[in-house]
Design a protein around this ligand. Structure first.
Ligand code: GDP
Length: 333
């Protein structure tokens, strides 16, 4: 005979069954998104600009551990006089722990090389606008499923370590690009300066950025509920701008380790040593912590402004056409 109590107990839902009942399932939404985006892969377009010889190619290679400029042809001084700013694009597919990233580097050889550098940033602003235009067309077209997004998400601008702050061409360049792309200024070849000189140059550059109203990429505000480590990292990133960077394509032996560095008669400069330069901070910001924010600002702010402007121009054209047509009609009648 069945014990009635045991029967009643068996009818009582267990704790797991109870929580299973209350569990609708939307807590898995982040996992679904994660799976979907990993499957789709990621893309990122980075533009590098600054005078030639400031270490742009070396830094990009050091950042992504790829050789993006194998077939680059270096021009002599005479050839560079007549050369205008060129735009070159290199794309590599890189993969890390199953996550695929299509990385596009847009280089700007010839920038700032001419004797007269008036409006030498024009080919660069035109290039950025062309990518917006293409995206706008694709987005307004019939097949919106497989749009190739070539919009530029970030511009690393290399400031020379020599001199006493920004040069006129640096100011003009950043002002011309500030509303089109996220500009991240860098102090190039930081190993040419002592720590004191780097500190002074950074202060000077920050003051001039404020003085001339240049809008560089602003790190988003850190939420108060973030953990302490993240808050500290965020604070250090903000205080370190403009990042003073060093690049190297060679691996050397330092303190018993194989590291990327530059060997001098007086010692070794290590690219990834935070006491030598801000390379790791730049890499962390660009790849590990702020890549998505850079893409969001490109899409929600820079592209949105371009799109609004386009629609406004189109509406104005339509309005003008209708106005001329109705005027003609009045005259005819
Ligand atoms: P780009 O023309 O701006 O792309 O410059 P490159 O990357 O071709 O570098 C030009 C020269 O500067 C090469 O001889 C590099 O080895 C050297 N170089 C690159 N990065 C650094 C750096 O951080 N410090 C120093 N001292 N030299 C560098």
């Amino acid at each position: 005979m069945l014990d009635r109590n045991a029967e009643a107990e068996s009818e009582q839902p267990t704790q797991t069954q109870q929580s299973e009942k209350e569990y609708v399932g939307f807590a898995t939404l982040p996992n679904q998104l994660h799976r979907k985006s990993v499957k789709k892969g990621f893309d990122f377009t980075l533009l590098v600009a600054g005078e030639s010889g400031l270490g742009k190619s070396t830094l990009v290679n050091s950042l992504f551990l790829t050789d993006l400029h194998k077939d680059r042809k270096l021009l002599n001084a005479e050839e560079r006089i007549s050369q205008t700013v060129e735009i070159t694009k290199h794309t590599v597919d890189i993969e890390e722990k199953g996550v695929k990233l299509k990385l596009t580097i847009v280089d700007t050889p010839g920038f700032g090389d001419a004797v007269n550098n008036t409006a030498c940033w024009r080919p660069i602003t035109d290039y950025i606008d062309q990518q917006f235009e293409q995206y706008f067309r694709d987005e307004s077209g019939l097949n919106r499923k497989n749009i190739q997004d070539n919009r530029v998400h970030c511009c690393l601008y290399f400031i020379p370590p020599f001199g006493h702050g920004l040069h006129p061409v640096d100011i003009e360049f950043m002002k011309a690009l500030q509303d089109k792309v996220n500009v991240v200024p860098l102090i190039a070849k930081a190993d040419c300066l002592t720590p004191f000189e780097i500190k002074k140059l950074k202060e000077r550059v920050r003051e001039e950025i404020d003085k001339y109203g240049i809008k560089i990429y602003q790190f988003p505000h850190c939420d108060s509920d973030e953990d302490e480590e993240f808050k500290q990292q965020d604070k250090e990133l903000k205080e370190s701008t403009p990042f003073a960077v060093i690049g190297s394509n060679t691996v050397v032996e330092a303190r018993g380790h194989r590291v990327r560095g530059r060997v001098y008669p007086w010692g070794i400069v290590e690219v990834e040593n935070p006491s030598h330069c801000d390379f790791v901070k730049l890499r962390t910001m660009l790849i590990r912590t702020h890549m998505h924010d850079l893409k969001d600002i490109t899409s929600d702010c820079h592209y949105e402004n371009y799109r609004a402007q386009c629609i406004q121009n189109m509406t104005r054209c339509e309005h003008d056409k209708t106005y001329t047509w109705s005027q003609k009609k009045v005259n005819y009648e």
